[in-house]
Design a protein around this ligand. Structure first.
Ligand SMILES: [Zn+2]
Length: 412
């Protein structure tokens, strides 16, 4: 039976969101955490964007070193030849790509203003797929933007053309969050049956159904005989009302009524990493986790009313569907309430040695400490907030990689 894979798009959809962004080091940490969690693929950025160039290259080097393994790192570009060429110029070692183009009549007319027909869209896309293949891309996903508002017959024609030219997967984008579980199930199943290729579900939360739609879409794809790839973001951060939340979707796939018994993950997800990844993304994006967020919200395992408290004390299963330790909670956390020395862009060596010493990191000599400190300063310039322990440890462990991903050179 076909299976479910997770593709996280925080480092693409999440960072392109209005008012929000991540430093290149934060993006790297997210790739590391996603890898630890067992996520199949990270859509790790924009290979046509100059300031992503060294970050993307550095992360691909981490993959080659076996650090970012087995996760796949895939770049997102427009499905136009020009973008493919630029991607392979800026990031020559890129191996996995998703090529995106609008397919609905609304967008074809509304964005291209009568200059492009459906036929032109297919032509642009297949030319881009051919170019990516010619450059030796190992896997290519083709994204139909606004798929949920696209005539299903045209979607089939579009995706079959992509497949014929060697695309590996088709991404069904519910770009505006227009679908509901019933409609996406039908569309996904129909597509799976007609395409005979794996399908990605990319769902947004404009109507509050991103997680439910992802599940229903995955069910449709699998019932249609194909593997389903669910797109998520950490804490659901993404364009407008956001995407399907990684942790909530993982919980829904593995815990909801009758689902896990029938529809299974291709790779086990380590939900014990949920707490850490969610907290890090919240800190990095500077967006608090809602009190009622599934799994990781402050109230997800809190009980006060008499009947609930009594019930959960007698047997947690009375009022909890899963246990807090399954999502990595329950460990006490130390919060410093006295003197603190933080990393910063104007930090000096004494404070830095103190911070690193607390993590039992020592340096060979003063020169080495200064070298790492300089990288930490640069990371702080980008982050504009104290680095977390894992970031400091990362820089100390991989200074060459850190230097590369912190390199930002505007185009001449
Ligand atoms: Zn999106």
């Amino acid at each position: 039976m076909a299976k479910i894979y997770f593709i996280d798009v925080t480092n693409r959809d999440g960072v392109q969101t209005a008012r929000l962004g991540l430093s290149k080091l934060e993006k790297t940490m997210i790739n590391m955490y996603l890898n630890d969690m067992g996520v199949f693929q990270s859509e790790f950025g924009f290979p046509t964007t100059k300031h992503e160039q060294y970050y993307l290259q550095a992360n691909l080097e981490l993959a080659e070193m076996g650090v970012l393994q087995p996760i796949r790192l895939e770049g997102w570009i427009r499905a136009v030849v020009e973008d493919v060429e630029r991607a392979f110029t800026l990031v020559p070692n890129i191996k996995h790509l998703n090529l995106s183009i609008s397919t609905s009549d609304q967008m074809i007319q509304g964005k291209f203003l009568g200059k492009k027909s459906r036929k032109d869209i297919v032509k642009m896309m297949v030319d881009a797929v051919d170019a990516a293949r010619a450059h030796g891309a190992e896997s290519i996903g083709v994204n139909a933007e606004d798929a949920s508002r696209t005539d299903i017959n045209f979607l089939i024609e579009f995706a079959l053309a992509a497949k014929e030219h060697g695309a590996d997967r088709f991404r069904y984008c519910d770009t505006l969050g227009y679908d509901n579980p019933f409609t996406i199930y039908e569309s996904a199943k129909t597509l799976a049956q007609h395409l005979g290729m794996p399908i990605e579900l990319h769902c947004h939360g404009d109507l509050g159904m991103a997680v439910a739609n992802s599940l229903a879409g995955a069910k449709g794809v699998i019932d249609g005989g194909q593997d389903a790839y669910i797109n998520t973001t950490i804490n659901g951060i993404g364009e407008r009302a956001g995407n399907a939340d990684l942790v909530a979707t993982a919980l829904a796939v593995t815990k909801s009524k009758g689902f896990a018994g029938k529809y299974q993950l291709a790779m086990p997800l380590d939900l014990k990493k949920a707490w850490k990844i969610s907290r890090f993304a919240s800190y990095a994006f500077k967006v608090p986790i809602p009190i009622n967020q599934p799994g990781v919200g402050a109230n997800a395992f809190a009980h006060s009313s008499g009947i609930h408290a009594d019930g959960v004390l007698k047997d947690p299963q009375n009022y909890e569907l899963y246990s807090f330790d399954e999502v990595g909670r329950g460990e006490p956390e130390l919060v410093e309430t006295g003197r603190e020395i933080c990393s910063g862009e104007y930090g000096g060596v004494s404070g830095f040695r103190h911070i690193m010493g607390q993590m039992a990191v020592t340096f060979e000599d003063a020169a080495q400490a200064e070298e790492i400190l300089e990288l930490v300063r640069y990371a702080n310039v980008e982050a504009q907030k104290p680095l977390v322990e894992d970031e400091l440890l990362f820089i100390a462990k991989y200074p060459k990689i850190a230097k590369k991903l912190l390199t930002l050179i505007p185009e001449e």
